[in-house]
Design a protein around this ligand. Structure first.
Ligand code: CUA
Length: 339
């Protein structure tokens, strides 16, 4: 729609069109009323200009007039509110079964990690036509993950996971910006999102050096830190069994219940004393300063995989897909169509 208008980034996600329509509506409404107000001011200034034989007359209130200028703007604002809320809600609720990518922001780069274990810096490869959910965290200050072509922007915070999702609709290379001033090289904290055909994406995945899935490296860390000596499935475990935990409500010893989501798992590793599971003692030491954000993500991914028997398998390319042998970046540069 706006491919030839350089002021408008290309529309490359399922949300782009919705956001643009709303934006155009806002510009039209505000533009029309600006013109209307200026026209009326100029017209009245001329019509009621000072004249020797004219005297001011007092005007009494008019209920009809007041109702009109209250209800019409109210109606227009309600349209903006409901429309905007609908687009927003769609943008913040990732569909179930979206493919997951983990993002760690730091001064001044983006580190991206696919569940299959492939890591990237400042470049994110994704397949076209798939829902992709990003779970993001910062290891220092607040950053913001911004892909204009997808019309998506989300703050990336230290100490808490935030998520965003998109469904890319067009292959190509798209700008990735940090949209939160984060220090000296903020303006250099840029990269790109490469949207590829699904089979090219699979080839790219399998063409990368891969040390095992994220969940597998989480499992390794889990064993190395000795977590498995307490978190066991038998009754001897001194900590809660973690299998099947993810996504379920957890009863705490203070009588409340929390949902075992990504943030809860992360919190429980760093501040084990803050939320004690009912029936257990606060004996777990903190791992704050011992595990970094990437290890935390892999631990969270591992604990998640304990609830999803299908996950944790490397999503290797089917045998029929030709595997590019040029290792790291082979399919991305030459073969991806840029529109
Ligand atoms: Cu990171 Cu600005």
């Amino acid at each position: 729609m706006f491919n030839n208008l350089p002021l408008w980034p290309s529309q490359a996600s399922s949300l782009s069109g919705n956001v643009d329509l709303l934006y155009i509506f806002l510009i039209l409404v505000t533009g029309l009323f600006t013109i209307l107000v200026f026209a009326v001011v100029i017209f009245f200034a001329w019509k009621y200009r000072q004249a020797p034989d004219r005297h001011a007359t007092q005007i009494e209130g008019s209920n009809a007039l007041e109702a009109t200028w209250t209800l019409i703007p109210f109606g227009i604002f309600m349209i903006m509110f409901v429309w905007g809320a609908a687009v927003y809600m769609r943008g913040v609720q990732p569909p179930p079964n979206a493919m997951e990518v983990y993002v760690v922001g730091k001064q001044w780069m983006w580190k991206l990690e696919h569940p299959e274990g492939v890591r990237e810096i400042n470049t994110l490869h994704v397949p076209v036509g798939k829902d992709v959910r990003l779970t993001m965290i910062s290891q220092d200050v607040i950053h913001s993950f911004y892909v204009p072509a997808f019309r998506m922007k989300q703050d990336v915070l230290p100490g808490r996971y935030t998520t965003m999702w998109f469904h890319a609709t067009k292959t190509g290379h798209y700008h990735l910006f940090c949209a939160e001033y984060c220090g000296t090289l903020h303006s250099g904290m840029i990269g790109e999102v490469v949207v590829m055909e699904p089979n090219e994406y699979q080839a790219w995945l399998s063409g990368n050096v891969n040390t095992g899935t994220l969940a597998m490296s989480g499992e390794k860390t889990f064993a190395e830190l000795g977590c498995s000596s307490c978190h066991r499935s038998d009754t001897q475990g001194r900590g809660p069994d973690l299998a099947g935990l993810y996504g379920k409500p957890v009863a705490l010893d203070n009588g409340t219940t929390v949902l075992a989501d990504d943030n809860y798992l992360r919190d429980s590793i760093l501040n084990p004393g803050s939320k004690i599971v009912s029936g257990f003692k606060p004996i777990m030491p903190t791992y704050n300063g011992i595990v970094n954000e990437e290890q935390l993500l892999s631990l969270v991914s591992y604990i998640k995989s304990l609830s999803q028997p299908q996950q944790g398998q490397p999503a290797a390319a089917p045998a029929s897909v030709p595997v590019h042998t040029g290792r790291t970046q082979a399919p991305s540069a030459g073969n991806t169509k840029v529109k």
